[in-house]
Write a protein that binds this ligand. Sequence first.
Ligand SMILES: Cc1cc2nc3c(=O)[nH]c(=O)nc-3n(C[C@H](O)[C@H](O)[C@H](O)COP(=O)(O)OP(=O)(O)OC[C@H]3O[C@@H](n4cnc5c(N)ncnc54)[C@H](O)[C@@H]3O)c2cc1C
Length: 377
Amino acid sequence: MLRSDPEKLIRKVMARFVDEEVIPVAREIDEKGEFPFDLFKKIADMGVLGIRYPKKVGGSGGNTTLYCIAMEELARGLLSLAAVTAMQCLMATNGLYLYGTKEMHEEYLRPALRGEKIGAFQLTEPEAGSDLSAVRTLATKASDGYVINGMKTWSTSGPYGDFHTVLCQTDPDKKLRGLMFFFIPTDTPGFSHSKKFETLGTRTSALSEIYFNNCHVPPEYMLGELGRGLDVLLTILAEIRIMTAALALGLHRAAMDDSIKYCKERVQFGKPIGKYQLIQAKIANMAVNLEAGRLMVDKVTHQIDNKISCLNEASMGKYFTVESACSATDEAMRIFGAYGYSMEYNVQRYYRDNRFLLYGGGTHEVLQTTIARQYLR
Ligand SMILES: Cc1cc2nc3c(=O)[nH]c(=O)nc-3n(C[C@H](O)[C@H](O)[C@H](O)COP(=O)(O)OP(=O)(O)OC[C@H]3O[C@@H](n4cnc5c(N)ncnc54)[C@H](O)[C@@H]3O)c2cc1C
């Protein structure tokens, strides 16, 4: 496959950073369950957070292909660090970039791309998961802006985010057409959050509920044109899905790399276990799925960069790569035998972390439904 120089360069730079600075500390970070702000700042200093934004707003002038390569490499090191980075590059900042004023760019976007402020993106509520029409957080028009009341759950970076892009209902009678995103800085009076959730995997990306109690925001904090609120999401939905696929490729590679190493070292019945055909079949399946997933991600990222509509391909890419990563991490656990179950090796983390990929950007049941719909119309 032909690769541009920037694509080769970003992979090389990120791979070196991950090998030297992330992998050596990943297990300790995961055990502590604390977000590594120092590593996040280093990622920012490398220009990664602004990778898909133009230089005029403080970005690095890259594109979605470069973004996804960087996220794949980071996920190979530590999925939760990659997940927060991916959120900061895309969902947490894209509405601010597209619809924010110059002042909002100066106060929030530029510092966010420098890693000095952390953003979050809020759709989910206790009664509104896959079904966004059930969103109840209410934005009520006031004489000088909007007043927000309600709550969100599963807020990645909720406990330490500096600003939130929040889906609110402006007119319950209008259902989906009443939904609008609002920009809400954490220091807005009336904003609060719960304590951090305990989770199975991706333990360093802190999750919480967040609450809005009469949060007053100025009119320019409504992102986009009234009645077209979901554009903030729809313009990046394919990119969210293929970014999640890139994260899956990184996790898949980590599981496969560790498995290959272990297969060569672990001797049973007088031979390294990699000499047994049933173990070889596992490695072969990991390799084939990885290659197929890479082709899907590569195709979609180039489609996005060339402004070719590709939501269905992105959904297929997310579905395939995440299922493949789940299978690869499961097979890695089997290859490691009892040691896979031990906290001494990293494969247990890959196995726990893989579940995270199943939800964001659409659950797999929802994705299967939307993919099938393309063929059954
Ligand atoms: C680690 C983590 C981080 C997250 N971070 C964020 C975040 O930062 N911001 C945010 O907004 N949200 C976040 N989420 C929430 C995530 O986006 C939701 O979990 C997701 O939208 C699914 O909603 P739900 O979990 O309520 O599942 P539900 O929608 O209640 O689904 C439950 C089950 O029913 C199935 N189902 C639902 N509808 C259908 C249908 N029509 N057809 C067939 N099956 C269906 C689902 O596939 C699933 O199996 C996070 C979740 C996790 C686990």
